[in-house]
Write a protein that binds this ligand. Sequence first.
Ligand code: SF4
Length: 71
Amino acid sequence: MKFPLTPQLIDEARRYELRSACQHCVFWLAARGACLHGWPDEGQRRWPLDAPDASGAAPTDAAFCKEFELA
Ligand code: SF4
């Protein structure tokens, strides 16, 4: 699911130390750099939420995976 990446979301992610990226998920296989379920990780790998994308552009949305489980 994608949500607009608002200043409020970025601020709350920092203040409350929210975690939502693949690297924080129990299903993330760090050695393989892939999701155990084989899900595409478009936008889901990015951390912090406002980190620039591969092209260096600032993101406009945040992606949250429905199968995320905090490791
Ligand atoms: S289940 Fe979702 S959040 Fe977890 S590693 Fe796979 S794609 Fe990432």
